[in-house]
Write a protein that binds this ligand. Sequence first.
Ligand code: PEP
Ligand code: MN
Length: 355
Amino acid sequence: MIAVLSPDCPLRDKAEIVRLVEAHGLRVQVSETGDASLVAVIGAGPDELAPIADALRAHPAVREVRTEAPPYALVSRERRPEGSRVRVDGTTIGGQEIVVMAGPCAVESREGILEAARVVADAGARLLRGGAFKPRTSPYSFQGLGERGLELLAEARAATGLRVVTEVVTPEDVPLVAEHADVLQVGSRNMQNFRLLSAVGEQPRPVLLKRGLMATIEELLLAAEYVVSSGNPRVVLCERGIRTFETATRNTLDLAAVPVLRERTHLPVIVDPSHAAGRRELVPALALAGIAAGADGLLVEVHPRPEEAMSDGRQSLTPDAFAGLMKAIGSVARAVGRVPAPPVRPPATGTVGTA
Ligand code: PEP
Ligand code: MN
């Protein structure tokens, strides 16, 4: 249920309305749309709702009570027609600039991640990607370096100026990952791990939410709604391919999801061509198509020596191929009225250690 308050509603009234709902033992989420304040009542059953709806309607500051709220009221485009921007220090996702996040599938070693960071920073990426906690299909596969991997990512950030995006797989690890990373990734396999969604929603770092491999666009938006309704509005969505009958690619990149999401939500949208393609030869075409379709950025796997990668080497670009892709991104971005984000400025005192 959503209560719509008039834009000039005094703070005192807003606080009173929040207390009114909380007195029934329910949570609220207040957000501003520009021409109204929305008070979302979270987690109520139908029996609880009726008396609260009546009480809200009786309050003079409440313009309207929508008991049939759209299923994803907080992330819907209606709420913020101009689109929202997610800032990660000096980088803005969802603005005019196309933001590229790149790096290996997993953090494998200190030297490897520092080298990958240098390569992707030189080519113009703004964020370094790399999994420290890997959700692998097989329990016998490399599971990531865990906390040590997070420390190495932080070291690569200090050396290059890139910000860090890395996956978190359990609610218990959220504080640890948030301590080291700039953006918390929720992977495809966890898109409907609702406790994890709430946990990343209760901390302040931006969240990169990847579409589940079997999830509809509406399910993705509802997953984002979990994060935002838990208190964190800084969510970026990622289309990474879905499972279909087609076997020529690892997943089927649902390019149409990009314009559909732009229509339905104000949240920024990026494309991961790597997990969609499964083969590096296909990655540039899908990446450029994603930008042409309106994506705000890309998440690309790059490995200094893909043939030695401990995971997803087959779909990882070589440094040269990534540099070539970054040049092509500039042309496509400009053709659709966007610009590539400028490269990060290396930290004044930072040098990539080789010890
Ligand atoms: C990843 O980004 O390395 C990853 C595991 O992606 P996904 O969750 O989309 O499979
Ligand atoms: Mn991967």
